[in-house]
Design a protein around this ligand. Sequence first.
Ligand code: 3Y8
Ligand code: NAP
Length: 246
Amino acid sequence: MSPHLLILGGTTEASALAQAVAEAGIKAIFSYAGRVAKPKDQPIPQRVGGFGGVEGLTGFLRAKGITHVVDATHPFAAGMSWNAYHACAALDLPLLALTRPAWRATREDSWTHVADIASAVEALKGEPKRVMLALGRMHVAQFAAQPQHHYVLRLVDAPDVAPKLPHHSVVVSRGPFDVAGDIALFKDHSVDVVVCKNAGGIGAEAKIFAARKLGLPIIMIDRPDLPRRAEVATSAEVLAWIDPTG
Ligand code: 3Y8
Ligand code: NAP
């Protein structure tokens, strides 16, 4: 039976895989959660929106005759990854994760590792600072617990309601980002500290190099627990997994 792939997307690597799959002529569907107004267009059929939990995903996989699932979601999209793991186990479907290694601090870096968003908020206790919140939109409200800072918020879409932070600036910008741009951003906003997730990958790493160049400390949120599943780092490995005969 010829393969029919579901790519759970939303990352630079997922988009690269969609390109490779289109070029290889493999039948596939690309899936977005629908978190942003206009997700990037893909060269293969795409769908937007949740599936309705494990049950909804299982039903989708059956109805579409999906033969392979690639979890190419962001390392912090743990809910989707766990749902994919359980749905594929229920249907005995092959599941592969397309992941990217976590960033690692060098001797030139000054990182404070924290376990989650709440710990990052806690780590911001103290004197007012100018804080670059490179976390997107979904977790901004939690930082109202530390209202003394001026927050620089980088968001994919302009917020429809003003963030509930007394002192903040909004920068509407969708990545992938570049080092020169992030250095300029940090300088223009006199950033003192950067808060980010250990996303890994190339689309979000500019801020790591920019902070290093400017000697800025980083509060680094470590990754959540993800299911144990087969993992690869490149589109070529995914294609080989789908068709080992090449
Ligand atoms: C909807 C789909 C591509 C994919 C591009 C990558 C790189 C640029 C860097 C900073 C960090 C952040 C955020 C980020 C990056 C890539 C990648 C990546 C971080 C898009 C996209 C979707 C999303 C969802 C969005 C979240 C938000 C997180 C902004 C597309 C552009 C902070 C993650 O407004 C919202 O609700 C935004 C929600 C989940 C995290 C959050 O909590 O707000 N990504 N980002 C996906 C869907 O609907 O399924 O249009 O491309 C994808 C990308 N965002 O092919 O070019 O691969 O990581 N995305 C983080 O890393 O911390 C920005 O500002 O430095
Ligand atoms: P999440 O918390 O793991 O997932 C929450 C729910 O959103 C899932 O249970 C599922 O709903 C739906 N969902 C998530 N990803 C989906 C996808 N690719 N296709 C269809 N439904 C999806 O997810 P998240 O952290 O909000 O991430 C959402 C999307 O943004 C993902 O595509 C992810 O790759 C991308 N992204 C996230 C981050 C981040 O920082 N979290 C960063 C960059 C990109 P149902 O249960 O109804 O199926």
